[in-house]
Design a protein around this ligand. Structure first.
Ligand code: IPM
Ligand code: MG
Length: 362
């Protein structure tokens, strides 16, 4: 089998972590006798520097042509003063929309070896296994009208939180089906006590639940969900929520796992096609220092195997290799705990090499 993968390293530490992700994929090729074909393209600030646009047509067509997209991260402070249409973040939103990647899966799992790395108490985080399903192509992120305009003699900034029925319905189906494969519990998060967009959200999710009688559906307001996530995260199995709430809750939830550097993501359309990226950003201050944790990216490669290529064995092998390396005490700085003697501090490439070899050995 041959699979075509678009490699979009992006800015900051993006290219370095994608290199480690590809290293992992090299091991999978050797182990399973399959072949990945790569095509590289620019996205974000580096693309803007190259051609004046953060998401060039050429990049989009490479992404559209591939079976899966593997993305590092975009953004750098030096682009903070650019007009909004050409900021690096716009490229990320643009590619999600152009490929119709409406369902963003962000798993939050706590490796037993890392329960001490979280800022929360070990007994609170041990065994946490949550799947956040974040709607990714609607909401206040894309709603029109939007802008900054003079109204009654002063400037006003505004965005439109808007959800169409079909947008809610399709992501709800993904969430229910995800729950069916797990512990069959789905919590829909909204703010329907205040927002009309959320009132419709709740109504549609409830209607979709008729097709999934085996899944237990509950609803929670987003402010309560933010609190419950750190009070008792083990109460959650699958969470489904809108774009902006999902953005915020997934960063919060990442700290349960100990580090933003541990969390992968998959952004999926109706087809097998997906975009796989760590949930963390480009961390420009860490660029070139070989310190950033590549595990979020490597676990994103595992999600690519599972969701785009249907290679569950390859996905499991990558996840087991990561577990095994953590068990042996290897840590990048973000998850390193100096008080624990049996730990070895490694860099980005060191961690990538260890996982590569582990995949071949397991
Ligand atoms: C994320 C990021 C992006 C988002 C930014 C970089 C546009 O925070 O993927 O969570 O808000 O979706
Ligand atoms: Mg975010």
């Amino acid at each position: 089998m041959r699979y075509k993968i678009a490699l979009l390293g992006g800015d900051g530490v993006g290219p370095a972590i994608i290199d480690e992700g590809v290293k992992t994929l090299n091991a999978i090729e050797r182990k399973f006798g399959i072949k990945f074909e790569y095509e590289k393209a620019l996205i974000g600030g580096c693309a803007y520097d190259d051609c004046g646009h953060p998401l060039p047509e050429s990049t989009l067509s490479i992404a559209k042509d591939a079976d899966a997209v593997f993305l590092g991260a975009v953004g750098d402070w030096k682009y903070d003063t650019l007009p909004p249409e050409v900021r690096p973040e716009k490229a990320l939103l643009g590619i999600r929309k152009a490929l119709n990647l409406f369902a963003n899966l962000r798993p939050v799992t706590v490796f037993d070896e890392l329960t001490e790395a979280s800022t929360l108490k070990p007994e609170v985080v041990k065994g946490v296994d949550i799947m956040i399903v974040r709607e990714l192509t609607g909401d206040v992120y894309f709603g029109q009208p939007r802008g900054i305009q003079e109204i009654n003699g002063e400037r006003a900034g505004f965005n439109n939180m808007i959800y169409f029925e079909k947008e809610i319905e399709r992501v709800a189906h993904v969430a229910f089906q995800t729950a069916q494969k797990r512990n069959k519990k789905l919590c829909s998060v909204d703010k329907s006590n205040v927002l009309d967009a959320s009132r419709l959200w709740r109504e549609i999710v409830t209607a979709v639940s008729d097709s999934y009688p085996d899944v237990e559906l509950t609803h929670m307001y987003v402010d309560n969900a933010a609190m419950q996530l750190i009070r008792n995260p083990k109460q959650f199995d699958v969470i489904v929520t809108g774009n902006i709430f999902g953005d915020i809750l997934s960063d919060e939830a990442s700290m349960i796992s100990g580090s933003l550097g541990m969390l992968p993501s998959a952004s999926l359309s109706n087809h097998q096609k997906g975009l796989f990226e760590p949930i963390h950003g480009s961390a420009p201050d860490l660029k070139g220092k070989n310190v950033v944790n590549p595990i979020a990216t490597i676990l994103s490669a595992a999600m690519m195997m599972r969701y785009s290529f249907g290679l569950d064995d390859a996905a499991l092998l990558i996840e087991n290799a990561v577990k095994s390396i953590l068990k042996k005490g290897y840590r990048t700085q973000d998850i390193y705990n100096a008080t624990q003697k049996e730990q070895t501090l490694v860099g980005t490439t060191g961690m990538g090499d260890l996982i590569y070899n582990e995949i071949l050995n397991l």
